[in-house]
Design a binder for this molecule. Structure first.
Ligand code: NAP
Length: 280
């Protein structure tokens, strides 16, 4: 199949690598010509250009730019497309993306691979980034069944766990398990940096180990991505942050009151509940 990819960064580059290895012809478009040249040189894509006209012959196009550039990219892309071309995106938030693109191009299926790293750009792209991870598609009433089927077929080739949901349910769910953790983890790093004694701070930084590595990972990722999550999923993210603040207050009260028994029950519950979020 001829597959177009716009935005040859972590997501676009990783998709290109896997889909090309599966035998698809990959037409890549990115903002910078240096990125396009690098993508060709490293065999990430079959061909690449900074011009969206390269995608005129693509059957399916994955939009992998930052969220803020998605709508403008689609506007510029539309004049080059055949009516049957299918568009899909990988944006982390779905309601604003689907609301912006679906009225302009019916053959559009919103998508979101639940995979990533704390790096960005083409250099961070890697094979098998999506394998064994959830991949959500968010069709709406007007999405043609044939477009959904085609995107489903391609995405399944990446060995993902496919989920279908409405854009609204997607955004509400990712606020809990993706966007809230970024803010909590960022807050954790910022709080640790508040230690006023330079010697203690240095010691803490020196002895931080696997626990801190795990809990700080998503807070130490691409800042642009975090801002986009907050901007485009603001209401849902705020809802989860309120719930999180309530939990912090509850924990503080238990510790202030030295209510170790209730604290232990609380931690027993979280120990029991955690696997429900991790089992695939
Ligand atoms: P990224 O590594 O920064 O890659 C995006 C690439 O798009 C940039 O490297 C840039 O390439 C290119 N680009 C920027 N503006 C463009 C434009 N107007 N036209 C064409 N190309 C443009 O970001 P990413 O992490 O792959 O994220 C891309 C999308 O995936 C976002 O919508 C994000 O919400 C979604 N997503 C990210 C993750 C994650 O964990 N990172 C997970 C799931 C979904 P050059 O400037 O080098 O040409």
């Amino acid at each position: 199949m001829k597959i177009g990819i716009v935005g040859l960064g972590l997501m676009g580059g990783s998709l290109a690598l896997d889909l090309r290895a599966l035998g698809h012809e990959i037409l890549g478009v990115s903002r910078q010509s240096a990125t396009c040249e690098q993508a060709i040189a490293q065999g990430v894509v079959t061909t690449a250009s900074t011009e969206l006209s390269l995608l005129a012959e693509a059957e399916v196009i994955f939009l992998c730019t930052p969220l803020a550039a998605l709508t403008a990219t689609v506007e510029q892309l539309l004049p080059h497309l055949k009516p049957e071309t299918i568009l899909t995106d990988v944006g982390s938030v779905k309601v604003p993306v689907v609301e912006a693109i679906a009225p302009r191009w019916q053959n559009f299926v919103g998508g979101h691979p639940m995979a990533g790293t704390d790096k960005s750009g083409l250099a961070a792209a890697s094979r098998h980034l999506f394998a064994g991870r959830p991949y959500v598609l968010t069709p709406i009433e007007t999405t043609p069944e044939s477009a959904l089927q085609t995107v489903t077929t391609i995405v399944r080739q990446l060995n993902v766990f496919l989920h279908i949901s409405s854009p609204q349910d997607h955004d509400r769910a990712v606020a809990w398990i993706s966007h809230l953790p970024v803010m909590v983890s960022a807050g954790l790093i910022a709080a640790c940096g508040q230690e006023p004694d330079a010697q203690i701070l240095k010691l803490a930084q020196s002895i931080a180990s696997s626990g801190f590595r795990d809990t700080s990972r998503v807070g130490g990722g691409n800042p642009e991505l975090g801002v986009m999550m907050a901007r485009y999923n603001r209401a849902e993210l705020l809802r989860t942050l309120v719930a999180y603040r309530q939990q912090l207050d509850e924990l503080m009260a238990l510790i202030e009151q030295q209510d170790w028994e209730t604290l232990e029950q609380y931690l027993q519950r979280t120990q029991q509940d955690r696997p429900d979020f991790l089992s695939k």
